[in-house]
Design a protein. Structure first.
Length: 110
């Protein structure tokens, strides 16, 4: 009985992770891809204009810290009075933002 309960809990946890990953992919497609690209390379017209980083580059990934990505997603990115990336802290939950960070990490080396 204990083994069955442990297996059931493991399956529920795995399902929750899969749903969260799917949600992050959908959020990326809806809110991020227009600048960062579906592939995370930042080679869109807006991405090139605003200097979007190539998230597939291991050196870029290694230089990025999760806390800095969370702050950028929540608060946006400004350079002087120019907004380079709008803030999503009012529209995305902390869990959704963390899911995006994990999704971004998945671009490394692709």
């Amino acid at each position: 009985m204990k083994k069955l309960l442990v297996c059931a809990l493991a399956l529920l946890a795995a399902g929750a992770v899969s749903v969260r990953a799917a949600d992050a992919k959908a959020t990326w497609a809806a809110s991020c891809a227009k600048c960062h690209g579906e592939d995370g390379k930042g080679q869109t017209a807006m991405g090139k204009k605003n200097g979007a980083k190539d998230y597939t580059d291991p050196k870029v990934q290694d230089a990025l810290k999760d806390d800095a990505m969370i702050k950028a997603i929540k608060d946006g990115v400004k350079e002087g009075d120019k907004t380079k990336m709008k803030a999503y802290g009012d529209t995305l939950s902390d869990e959704e933002i963390k899911g995006l960070v994990t999704y971004i990490r998945g671009f490394k080396g692709k």
